[in-house]
Design a protein around this ligand. Structure first.
Ligand code: GDP
Length: 198
């Protein structure tokens, strides 16, 4: 499995037509999205970590190649900086709306810091609603699970599944990962990447 950076789009109109299946990653800023992309791709610096507030919001596209097949990973802009203004929020919405209209999407990954479980905010719920309306299955990925012990991690998964059910949000699964300790990474790769390269 080889991976490489393809391109980035800052506006919905710039979203490229790549002609390959896509797996999309979305989550609150600082949720660990770049670290997870790098862990899944076995690369240390492909996706840039530590987004700063106000940084240009864009969708970054990465290629995963295996034999003759190519899968595209789409890194959607983070959300949820309280300091950001209306304009940035509108831009985020337009870009994410534009992205989510793509027919190439095979999997949608919603990343969520495992320590925040039990505290879904309106912006999280709004995004989850947008995601679960799409055809592709949604995987909720609880990140940084090294911050919890094993029983707390299990409890976080159960609590998150229960909260989603209460909100009538249908997701395919809830999993927990640690990019730092490489926990659940191989399993997630087998669930959402390998099947599209076979
Ligand atoms: P992004 O803003 O969603 O792309 O998040 P980053 O990948 O840049 O990570 C945000 C912060 O969380 C950084 O300080 C990372 O070192 C930290 N982080 C990311 N993944 C993990 C993890 O699995 N475990 C721990 N403990 N920290 C993590």
């Amino acid at each position: 499995m080889e991976s490489s950076y393809i391109t980035s789009a800052q506006q919905a109109e710039q979203l490229p037509r790549l002609g390959h299946p896509e797996v999309a990653f979305v989550g609150r800023s600082n949720c660990g999205k770049s670290s997870l992309l790098n862990a899944l791709l076995n690369r240390s610096g492909l996706a840039r970590t530590s987004n700063t507030p106000g940084r240009t919001q864009m969708v970054n596209f990465f290629a995963v190649d295996h034999k003759e097949k190519r899968l595209v990973l789409a890194d959607l802009p983070g959300y949820g900086f309280s300091a950001i203004g209306k304009e940035v929020r509108h831009h985020w919405q337009a870009l994410v709306d534009g992205y989510l209209g793509r027919a190439e999407i095979r999997e949608l990954l919603f990343l969520y810091d495992s320590r925040r479980v039990g505290d879904l905010k309106d912006d999280d719920l709004g995004l989850l609603e947008m995601l679960t309306k799409r055809k592709a299955p949604v995987t909720v990925v609880l990140t940084k699970c090294d911050k919890l012990n094993q029983s707390e991690t299990q409890k976080a998964i159960t609590t998150m599944a229960g909260d989603l059910k209460k909100e009538k949000l249908k997701v395919a699964r809830v999993v927990a990962v640690s990019s730092l300790k490489k926990k659940g990474i191989e399993e997630l790769r087998e669930l959402v990447i390998t099947p599209h390269l076979g």
